[in-house]
Write a protein of this length. Structure first.
Length: 275
């Protein structure tokens, strides 16, 4: 039996992970925004489900909840930073308040969760961290600039932390799911559309999203299972690209970036200081 700590367990991947883990006999420390969200699971699984209310924009609360979970449950084997949401709108359309909330939740909240867990993982001699990102952690789509900013940012943070904590037997995996029917689209926070962007790629994406034109090719249950399976892999994979859309989009982005870099090789070498 392993013990897991998972944020954002009311719906989506967090809920699926929690259900799968409890069904197989593990313990879960689950955080939610609404205290009643896991009442049915609590009634079914009793003290194998530890529940706390947590808002990721509250750094002090993150530390208190993480400390309490380790104090109450002892060793926690896997910490999953999953809670997040998407802000939808062209960069010029979103408000200052929306920008701040997106960054505070997805980026700073995820960073602070990891920071809060690290002392406990070090003290117990190691463990696993799992950061849920998305294909949008390495690719970009119009109207998701702020969401991308948080996902690209957390991937850079996590990749660096993985190098820092490897000597403590702490391993980290970045999970990059593609489009999946988890309710992400219905949970998007949207900015008022500006008419200036109507006949632009941003306008095309807006219409496509609201008309349901974009394919959603992935199975949420299979992605959750792949995440669970990865926790037993040693060494831990740094990234899990999950979904044919993730594979295609991330590969295309990386190939294009490498081609652009290679095209600038002469320029890059030309600015070397003279010996």
């Amino acid at each position: 039996m392993k013990t897991w700590f998972i944020t954002g367990t009311s719906t989506g991947f967090g809920r699926l992970l929690t259900e799968k883990l409890l069904q197989r006999g593990d313990r879960v420390a689950a955080t939610v925004r609404q205290p009643s969200a896991l009442d049915a699971l609590q009634a079914e699984y009793g003290d194998r489900l530890w529940v706390a209310v947590l808002d990721l924009t509250d750094t002090a609360a993150i530390r208190q909840v993480v400390d309490a979970a380790f104090a109450d449950l002892g060793r926690i084997d896997v910490v999953v930073s999953n809670a997040a949401y998407g802000l939808f709108g062209a960069a010029e359309e979103v408000t200052d308040e929306q920008i701040r909330h997106q960054i505070d939740t997805n980026l700073i909240g995820s960073m602070q969760l990891i920071r809060a867990a690290l002392p406990h993982l070090r003290a117990q001699g190691g463990g696993r961290l799992m950061q849920v990102s998305s294909a949008g952690g390495q690719t970009t789509y119009p109207n998701f600039s702020l969401y991308h900013a948080t996902k690209w940012g957390i991937e850079g943070f996590v990749e660096t932390v993985a190098k820092e904590v490897a000597p403590f037997n702490i391993e980290i995996t970045i999970v990059e799911p593609g489009a999946t029917p988890t309710g992400f689209g219905t949970g998007l926070v949207s900015a008022p559309a500006m008419p200036e962007y109507d006949q632009t790629p941003a306008g095309d994406v807006r219409r496509g999203l609201f008309n349901g034109d974009f394919p959603i090719p992935n199975d949420a249950d299979k992605i959750a299972q792949a995440m669970l399976d990865s926790a037993s892999q040693h060494p831990a994979p740094l990234r899990l690209a999950l979904g044919p859309d993730t594979y295609a989009d991330v590969r295309a982005a990386l190939v294009a970036r490498l081609a652009a870099l290679d095209a600038q090789q002469d320029l890059a070498l030309s600015v070397k200081a003279d010996a």
